[in-house]
Design a protein around this ligand. Structure first.
Ligand SMILES: Nc1nc2c(c(=O)[nH]1)N(C=O)[C@@H](CNc1ccc(C(=O)N[C@@H](CCC(=O)O)C(=O)O)cc1)CN2
Length: 503
């Protein structure tokens, strides 16, 4: 249990109509009472809102006389017990009216434990949204016994106190980051326990078996089988199917959360710049160095039908058309290795496609979607299109889409966009229910699948019960990492430090 009472700005750090400061912890009411001129918060009903002033320094008590009298009598009785004079009690608000300074006129919302976001006593102070006022209010809260919250600490408490599991806590950060309908919906589903339920069903099934297997270990000498091996194999198969489908959903989940990475490659003068300009002309937007991707890359974001595509570019080479000459096969490979889709550009007027074909052959891989764009079709006669397409079809044994475009005349650019968006639509169509969007969950599911598969092997090869039990426990543990039943401070620190302060 964390004893500290924490406070932080919950709204964005900037000017707004209203700013909100959150306070959470056992002493929330006690601390806010010291700076709030208004109702005594200890005596409020939960989930109520109260008008008053935030003040610095001890203040006049504005509570109704009946309430004040009651408290005076209580304190009198206490101080007689402890032989402390009334004037010395810490929160005697009758005193020092002259030292107070009003900081702001506010509304204060009160939430009584345990039915609160963190499960602790919590207060929210809504002030006039100036960052300066917010900072002053935080200052007086800290002066009176609260401390600044760390990033994600409110949500971490909700998790630590058992109100939500780890996957739900993570979904809160995803909701805050949601930039489109798709990501909002998956995050919300996760918040509502979508993943938690799937995992807990899987764990429940595995747990039953694990206890039977462990019981067998306890009776090792008697050579009994409590756990029916045929039923175990059937169960394992069901679990494998479920795990695989969750693992597969990550491809779509990742597309939702991070966008789909597209590499655009072609020989010099294949028309890359013109195409990029045409694609991005309305967006002309985000040219960014996204952290976590390979250095030297720039990504431009293209939105098609609500899905984000990250056009991976190589820093510094943006304006040279001489893609392949400048970056070489090695660099092109690096670029493509980060991508889910390769859009290869070949100029219709080039005459010879052997080099293009060789390049494509060196870049394709099984999980790479290939789109070959025949560019500059305005420069050749239409009868040559099919001849060229056939050259590619004959030489390449990987499937690909072939699109004939002219960026200058804006021909078939929409077709290219449709092709890109259908890639994501297809991923989506493969998804039934829960979508995994989180790398950590993805890895835990893979580890769990591995252990479960080991269990299956162990059963079919009659391997020792000890090994069975060991792999079952591994599988359980990896599933438990997702919900946070198995975790450690480093993992938690990692997750919550990426949250905003005040969340
Ligand atoms: N003012 C305000 N708005 C907010 C939040 C908040 O903390 N404060 N939220 C915070 O992120 C989100 C809402 N999420 C919340 C989730 C749970 C509880 C909560 O108190 N749950 C309790 C009691 C529920 C009830 O009263 O029935 C519980 O589950 O026990 C509050 C907010 C978005 N809007």
């Amino acid at each position: 249990m964390n004893q500290d009472t924490i406070c932080a700005l919950a709204t964005a750090n900037g000017v707004g109509a209203i700013g909100i400061i959150r306070v959470s912890g056992e002493k929330s009411f006690e601390i806010v009472n010291k700076v709030f001129e208004g109702k005594n918060l200890e005596k409020t009903k939960s989930h109520t809102v109260h008008y008053g002033f935030i003040v610095d320094g001890k203040t006049r008590d504005v509570r109704p006389e009946t309430e004040r009298k009651e408290e005076r009598e209580k304190k009198q009785a206490l101080s007689e017990d402890a032989s402390t004079p009334l004037s010395m009690t810490a929160d005697n608000r009758q005193l020092a009216t002259d030292t107070k300074e009003i900081i702001d006129e506010v509304m204060v919302s009160v939430f009584h434990a345990p039915k609160t976001f963190t499960t602790e006593n919590s207060v929210e102070i809504s002030f006039h949204g100036s960052p300066h006022i917010g900072a002053k209010i935080l200052e007086v809260l800290i002066k009176n016994g609260a401390r600044m919250a760390k990033a994600g600490e409110f949500t971490m408490r909700a998790f630590m106190n058992g109100r939500i599991d780890l996957s739900q806590a993570e979904s809160i950060a995803d909701l805050i980051a949601a930039e489109n309908e798709a990501s909002r919906k998956v995050a919300l589903n996760q918040l509502k326990g979508g993943i938690s339920q799937e995992i807990s069903v899987l764990r429940g099934d595995l747990l039953n078996f694990t206890s039977l297997i462990e019981l067998e270990l306890d009776f090792a000498e008697e050579d009994v089988e409590f756990a029916d091996r045929t039923a175990l194999v059937a169960l394992i198969k069901r679990i494998q199917t479920k795990l695989k489908s969750l693992i597969d959903s990550f491809q779509y989940g990742n597309a939702i959360k991070n966008g789909t990475a597209v590499a655009i490659i072609g020989k010099p003068n294949a028309g890359k710049s013109t195409l990029l300009n045409t694609l991005l002309k309305e967006e002309r937007a985000i040219v960014s160095n996204i952290a976590g991707t390979t250095r030297d890359t720039i990504e431009e974001i293209l939105h098609i039908k609500g899905h984000a595509f990250r056009l991976i570019d190589t820093a510094g080479l943006r304006d040279t058309e001489d893609e392949i000459e400048a970056i070489g096969v090695q660099k092109a490979r690096e670029k493509v290795s980060q991508a889910e889709i390769l859009v290869y550009l070949a100029a219709a007027n080039s005459g010879d496609f052997t080099e293009d074909i060789r390049m494509i052959q060196s870049l394709v891989r099984e999980d790479l979607e290939l789109i070959i764009c025949l560019t500059k079709i305005d420069e050749v006669v239409p009868t040559t299109f099919d001849v060229i397409e056939n050259q590619f079809r004959d030489a390449l044994d990987t499937p690909f889409d072939f699109i004939k475009i002219s960026a200058i005349e804006n021909r078939n650019i929409q077709e290219l966009k449709n092709e890109l968006s259908s890639y994501v639509e297809n991923l989506k169509a493969q998804e039934g229910g829960v979508v995994i969007t989180n790398q950590r969950h993805y890895e835990a599911l893979q580890k769990s699948l591995y252990s479960v598969t080991q269990v299956e092997e162990a059963v079919s090869h009659n391997i020792t019960t000890e090994l069975l039990a060991y792999e079952l426990r591994n599988a359980l543990e990896h599933l438990g990492e997702i919900s946070g039943e198995f975790t450690n401070d480093e993992v938690l620190g990692n997750i919550f430090s990426k949250f905003c302060i005040g969340k």
